[in-house]
Write a protein that binds this ligand. Sequence first.
Ligand code: G3P
Length: 254
Amino acid sequence: MRKKIVAGNWKMNLDYQSGLSLFSEIINMAKDEVIGNQELVVCSPFIHLSSLGQLSKNVANVNIGAQNIHQAESGAYTGEISAGQVKSVGASHVILGHSERRAYFGETDALLAAKVDIALKHGLTPIFCIGETKEERESGDFFEIIKTQLTAGLFHLSNEDFAAVVLAYEPVWAIGTGLTASPEQAQEVHQFIRQVVAEKYGQEAADNTSILYGGSCNPGNAKDLFAQADIDGGLIGGASLKSRDFIDIAKVFN
Ligand code: G3P
């Protein structure tokens, strides 16, 4: 059966020491309190990754990830970080397709498809984000928009490669707004995503794909969201910056 995952996206927050302190708290709490098979993934800024990799080396079920990578193998790309580099410091995951990167950094479906390829080549699990804006939801076209994001970013993959991908549905209107999708709204889209995956890769592959919900997820609403049949965990922004909240969200799967 598919994995239950609670992933944190620290975004561009926390200086080096604050990040280490937060991660140490998360690890300690996870050891004592997270007793199910759920996987925790902390996606930090690049500056923390190497140290977090050391801290989490022998901690079962706590992994770390990057929030971006460059699509090239290596070379003259001043200021960029490659898949191989983040892998080399212990990262196992990378967030790709986040709406903030699509909106503020002009990341297109084609670019994201290339980033997915290089991530997989280096053994990184992409946490691939899809989701509609407020206008797109109100227009009623959001199912088509989500299907296009999936198709263009991922459906060039073989069955084997697709099996290594985690999906995250993040309605843009719910990110950092305190406005969460209702469990029913989220489930409706997650079910749709699973159906689109089944049409392309078969029902078994779809049933094995973890689909996370992201958007103002917190300890108060996680239980109802994660109780939905097609919601396999969360991609947590603001609440992942507080160890207590992040662990309480993860404990929903205890
Ligand atoms: O990637 C996580 C995210 O965009 C959700 O952020 O702060 O609404 O939980 P937040």
